[in-house]
Ligand binder design. Structure first.
Ligand code: UDP
Length: 330
């Protein structure tokens, strides 16, 4: 049996490929290399270059490789970009996901793991936020993912497919063995930006909004380390293969850190006092998002190992140096 990983040349999908290979699984990666890298896919995985919305290609891959589970990571993931290009997000994240799900059903694939997001909660009325609150995304990115959650909910009722939906909070850090990290040029995510500022790869950074209703006025997020996040997927795969019911779980630590706190940690760990400009709010940002993360622990048996934010920042710094040295950084 093999696992198909869409987006397996990217940041989160790439770490999933490593975890699957480390566990002795057979892996097929489907990636169009729009933001991923061919070099990120180890030789032990089968690599197919192409689009997960290409139904003929996906049908062929599913038929040829004895796949029992799909882990679907490929997506556009930048909230402000989704605000300026909503139709691009609905095409890529929503319409093409419908094609992939249809291919999975046609090929009688049994298991599906879907990368969803805390952005489906919008501006939650309670923090930590649990999985069963009313979902009210406030940006096209969150809506593009929520529609896929709904398609999957309806599909599992009609077909022999079981699904784990994992709602990621803010993913950060890198493989502790130094094999992979966040490599996308033109980064927009906070820890990557701060690390680049610390290493002098950019001229300081902006804090987007200091007038939010949070303790220090900057946005609060729950930063989860990439290896811990991927471990939740490995538990989800085992759970589905053991006959587990379809399930939706938050993936975070249940701990909030503000933008200003993260910047202080990056300054302390790097030893560099880089310039920080206090700027206006960025479109689409909720004030606070912290995971209510009991279910992933209780039902999937997940136990995080890398919560220490200094460790997360150290990994991100190490990876950024490595990436810069190989000339792939922007
Ligand atoms: N952020 C910031 N400066 C940056 C990048 C991000 O102040 O250069 C803030 C952003 O406005 C948000 C938080 O950091 O409040 C996390 O943003 P990120 O893009 O990392 O993840 P998101 O929560 O949007 O998925």
């Amino acid at each position: 049996m093999s696992v198909l990983v869409t987006g397996g040349a990217g940041y989160i999908g790439g770490h999933m490929v490593l975890a699957l290979l480390d566990a002795g699984e057979q892996v097929v990666v489907l990636d169009n290399l729009s933001t991923g890298f061919r070099w990120a896919v180890p030789a032990e995985a089968t690599f197919v270059e192409g689009d997960f919305g290409d139904e003929a290609l996906v049908a062929k891959v599913l038929a040829e490789h004895g796949i029992d589970a799909i882990a679907h990571f490929a997506a556009k993931i930048v909230v402000p970009e989704s605000v300026t290009d909503p139709l691009g997000y609905y095409l890529n994240n929503t319409a093409k996901a419908r094609s992939l799900i249809a291919c999975a059903v046609a090929a009688k694939i049994r298991h599906f793991i879907f990368s969803s997001t805390a952005a489906v909660y919008g501006e939650p009325s309670q923090n930590p936020v649990t999985e069963d609150v009313l979902l009210a995304p406030i940006n096209p990115y969150g809506r593009s993912k929520l529609m896929v959650e709904w398609m999957l909910q309806d599909t599992v009722k009609a077909h022999d497919l079981s699904v784990v939906v994992l709602r990621y909070f803010n993913v950060a850090g890198a493989d502790p063995q130094g094999r992979l990290g966040q490599s996308t040029p033109n980064a927009t995510h906070l820890i990557k930006i701060a690390v680049q500022a610390a290493l002098g790869h950019r001229n300081g950074m902006d804090v987007f909004g200091t007038d939010y209703p949070t303790p220090d006025g900057s946005c609060v997020r729950d930063y989860i380390q990439i290896t811990d996040l991927v471990a939740a997927h490995m538990h989800a795969l085992a759970y589905l293969r053991n006959g587990g019911e379809s399930l939706t779980c938050n993936c975070g630590y249940g701990r909030g850190l503000s933008v200003l706190e993260i910047i202080e940690v990056v300054k302390a760990v790097s030893g560099v006092d880089f310039p920080v400009r206090l700027a206006g709010r960025r479109a689409g940002d909720p004030a606070s998002l912290i995971a209510g993360a009991d279910r992933v622990r209780e039902v999937l048996g997940w136990q995080p190992k890398y919560q220490d934010v200094r460790g997360i920042v150290t990994q991100a710094l190490d990876w950024e140096r490595r990436l810069h040295n190989r000339g792939a950084a922007s």
